[in-house]
Write a protein that binds this ligand. Sequence first.
Ligand code: G6P
Length: 612
Amino acid sequence: MCGIVAYIGSKEAYPILIKGLHRLEYRGYDSAGVAILNKELHVYKCKGKVAELEKHTLKKEVSGTIGIGHTRWATHGAPNDVNAHPHFSQTKNLVIIHNGIIENYATIKKELQKRGHKFHSDTDTEVLIHLIEDIYVNERVELAEAVRQALTEVIGAYAIVVLSKDNPDELIAAKKSSPLVIGVGKGEYFVASDATPIIEYTKDVVYLEDEQIAVIPRKGKLQIKTIRNKVKPPYIQTLELKLEALEKGGYPHFMLKEIYEQPRSIRDSMRGRLVPKEGKVNLGGIKEYERKIINAKRIVIVACGTSWHAGLVGEYLFEDLARIPVEVEYASEFRYRNPIIGEDDVVIAISQSGETADTLAAIELAKSKGATIIGICNVVGSTIPRTTHAGSYTHAGPEIGVASTKAFTAQITVLTLMALRIARKKGSISESRYFELINELDQIPAKVEKVLKKNDEVKKLAKIFKDVKNFLYLGRGYAFPVALEGALKLKEISYIHAEGYPAAEMKHGPIALIDENMPVVVIATKGTSYEKVASNIQEVKARKGKIIAIVTERDKNVKQHADYVIEIPETDEILVPLISVVPLQLLAYHIAVLRGCNVDQPRNLAKSVTVE
Ligand code: G6P
């Protein structure tokens, strides 16, 4: 989603802003822009990628040591040059960049229009900067005070940076329900919507809290106050993020790099937590809440997208091992349907980014009803982990490709550890089964490594199927969420329509779609439903569908009926999602590349969905 980067210091701002915008590209966007102040306020913006913006500014004046930059993901108004940020105020003395949505912008706009304000774009953002200027000019207050007063009038979400021609030595930033982080360098400051554009310059950062305003000076100390005018001393944290983690490391795309990172990211998710020799699973982050989980009347998992699919695996795990009833909810549905939730419920919120607006709202709702909230997030220091009572980070490292891959397997790893820990504490799992599972979990990174060796086989399949219009993905039990995830990966990045279905449910609808042009990917690994899935395969074959089966090594039965097979190592049934999703990620990746799609930044999608 929209990205923010800003700089104030003694260096040239433009290269820092452009580099920062490139780093933010992964969030998904459709236009980009910068504003640089050097006596004059120069604003350049255009539809399309940051590279277009660079072309656009080639022979333009871009020098200056203070500036702001933005990548926009359209909400109010089409993605075009005019709606792109930054936006000017009425007099063109102020400019703003904004992430989020000002919900009452239409009312404010009408008022301002009555007072002679003229608007050029369809955006809510332009309204906000006009409002700020209106206060600034009419109330004759300092800029930060004008921003503060304006923000008391708006309803909605914002992360903003304001730059003013009259104040060449300061930036004003503020946030509510949309993240904003300030990098504290030596004699310079950076502002960004996440830490990725900052870490190559400084690791010292301040995360602004909701309804805080920062006055960021060229020289001197950062000042923070709330929109209720309370001064807050800045809390500087040191990030551990490494720059290499944000780069492609020789891979053609971030997505492929991240698929290949999975043996390591799964291992990192277990590091220090799974100690097979001692028969231990430790999750320090939830220790104080273990009793609460064990005694929970119910666990409700809230999430969106891929994280919701991980949640489904979590449902199977917790019910199977810990014998606690689980419901998995789309956060966006949960938050608006007056759910029955109370003090005996434990809510597990799963989110890669830790910023998803719907998941955050679902958490707030459940919290207000007295439920205990446990987070499973990847981005350290993001909003969700700061909002939950307790939680466990996934430690997958930064995920840049919009289509989630390593975050999904890391989420499942953490869910597996949690379910095992709780089950053992509760006594709902036998010792032998517990040891069997922890030893097998320890083998998973090596097994994923083996699956990655199938890359060329998967690529061959991609060549065969790259031009089809539809795909069906089937699985049962633990493999059902994997079928959903496989289908989601394909549609996200290749734009081929794909559906995931429980294999047996196919006969209640999707079977009508099957003909000789329909590829059907079936996860048919060894386990309780193996025979049943084999029968589902026969049903597809009888209608001439093309079967691509993911099978366990040395499988004989399914192989006879499938058109194509990818073998994966044998593992315990409950751990199958961790390895069976890998060939499906690779299949989606290769098909998308062969179709010439932008794999890392698919059209219309955003990495971090900070609006509802
Ligand atoms: C977006 C991303 C998905 C992600 C979903 C939930 O749609 O493109 O990859 O699964 O948001 O995001 P979260 O950060 O909460 O896991």
